[in-house]
Design a protein around this ligand. Structure first.
Ligand SMILES: Nc1ncnc2c1ncn2[C@@H]1O[C@H](COP(=O)(O)OP(=O)(O)OP(=O)(O)O)[C@@H](O)[C@H]1O
Length: 257
């Protein structure tokens, strides 16, 4: 098997908003045909990291490399559409660069949502909305798909379907996927690589290397630890309430699994 091709590399990335040091020495490699999931508590810097990957935020220091000409499809966390503004799924998807109907129909087929073409965006269920958003990201013909909490507002069966769909799209297109998720349990069966972020990369690993690490409770509590019972990683430090490291062990930024 050939080595995975990097499409994004972040080296020692720091992001500071005023005195708020949101990302600290973050290293990240994203590959084709690989699903990477970012997990971490609220305010951990997950969306900020995604925005660095997308090129929407310039790091205060560190390097970001993107494969030249890389096509990225982005599914944002929230979409605010004025309810008084009538908007069909077709019209919504035509607000991208793509105006032709054929690729729009193909994208909807790819997310099993062909039947929604003429529906109003305002009448969609949570799961349907996320499928349409995913179709919109696919219209970029992405080599990297970036999904910010793709299953939010979706019931449990819909979540399983969406994760299966994302896995299928990755296989079919061979694209890389970077997603943020809070659904620790489901995510473990849907991802190749997990990065646990709390301003810095606390740990990262392949869910195949499974174990129970009680230190994870520090970050996610008992429920999270139970959900992640299959996920192996090792903390070598503790956090204060700001997520800063309080231990004498220096953090190397390497994966620990
Ligand atoms: N543009 C900005 N200007 C100033 N501070 C910001 C900006 N964007 C994010 N922050 C701060 O950076 C920190 C990390 O925010 P971020 O949204 O990246 O976290 P997150 O892990 O995605 O959180 P959540 O899980 O709640 O969505 C927060 O303290 C936030 O207030």
């Amino acid at each position: 098997m050939s080595a995975p091709l990097d499409i994004i590399r972040l080296k020692d990335v720091n992001v500071q908003f005023g005195h708020n040091h949101v990302l600290q020495q973050v290293n990240l490699h994203l590959h084709r045909d690989c699903i990477t999931t970012l997990i971490g508590p609220n305010g951990a810097g997950k969306t900020t990291l995604v925005r660095v990957v997308l090129g929407l935020i310039k790091p205060s220091s560190g390097n970001v490399w993107r494969q030249p000409g890389l096509r990225i499809g982005y599914m944002p966390q929230k979409l605010l559409i004025d309810r008084t503004f009538p908007l069909t799924v077709k019209r919504f998807l035509q607000t991208t660069r793509t105006k032709a109907l054929a690729p729009i129909k193909t994208a909807l087929e790819d997310v099993n949502a062909s039947h929604l073409l003429e529906h109003s965006m305002h009448d969609l269920s949570g799961g349907e909305t996320q499928r349409v958003m995913l179709a919109r990201a696919l219209l970029q013909d992405p080599e990297l798909l970036v999904l910010d909490e793709p299953v939010q507002g979706v019931d449990i069966n819909g979540q399983i379907e969406l994760y299966n769909l994302i896995g299928h799209i990755r296989k079919q297109r061979g694209c890389g996927v970077l997603m943020i998720s809070h659904d620790l349990h489901l995510v473990m069966s849907s991802t190749d690589h997990v990065i646990c972020l709390n301003r810095h990369v606390c740990c990262s690993g392949n869910p195949e290397h499974v174990s129970n690490d009680p230190s994870f409770r520090e970050m996610f509590g008992q429920r999270g630890a139970d959900s992640l019972a299959l996920y192996s990683h090792h903390h070598n430090h503790q956090h204060d309430t700001h997520g800063d490291v309080i231990t004498d062990h220096p953090h190397t930024g390497d994966c620990k699994h």
